[in-house]
Design a protein around this ligand. Sequence first.
Ligand SMILES: Nc1ncnc2c1ncn2[C@@H]1O[C@H](COP(=O)(O)OP(=O)(O)O)[C@@H](O)[C@H]1O
Ligand SMILES: [Mg+2]
Length: 231
Amino acid sequence: MGPVMKATGVWKIYPSGESTVQAVKGVDVSIDAGEMVAIMGASGCGKTTLLNILSGIDEPNSGDVHVNGEPLFGISDNKRTRMRAEYLGFIFQDFNLLPVLSAVENVELPLLLLGKSASEARKGALEALQSVGLSQRSEHLPSELSGGQQQRVAVARALVHNPTVILCDEPTGNLDSVTSAEVLELLHKLNRERNTTFLIVTHDAMIAKRCTRTLQMLDGTIVEDRRNEEE
Ligand SMILES: Nc1ncnc2c1ncn2[C@@H]1O[C@H](COP(=O)(O)OP(=O)(O)O)[C@@H](O)[C@H]1O
Ligand SMILES: [Mg+2]
């Protein structure tokens, strides 16, 4: 079986006034099923830009990304939207829950996007909420939940369609250390129990330590690719 995600020669250059910023400079990386990969590096080194390209949110200036062996770019927007919906899940620093929807309504969105019926989507969303320990909060609005609970809803939304890869940008950046540890445990559990692959941009050395691999970025390139020792 090939890698679940593979980037080849990825460049991203932003215009910046009269000149340009080379945010990602020729990144090659290959990620296998079941890996839990931390992406680390100083602010501004290109972590979010790279993650957004691997997510199909941003298009690279050059280079390719393949997910499950299929190209993510050089295809129609509809095809890319479909691939993202089917293969990928996303967790953001600020949770990105829709404020007018209840927890269960937020979590069922990915299933509705994939064309599941309302009842299938509801059933799947309730199971996902149960797996993150939030069954009792399914009818609550995000504003009625703590930060840690909101991020657990976001985790449920990211896993509800059983994606191949879950991409996370500073998933614990807005959480206190105790809550961060709980969310990290949850990601670990999913990695172990479902073999979900994780790609996690983080400043948090505790998270990186619990990953199977760390990519260290500097000025738009990966300068170190380290396999972590087994726990
Ligand atoms: N939309 C954009 N337009 C112009 N420059 C950008 C844009 N997004 C990011 N950059 C620049 O690209 C570089 C990398 O940014 P980013 O990927 O956000 O870094 P990180 O996530 O590691 O902090 C920075 O110099 C940033 O200012
Ligand atoms: Mg960033």
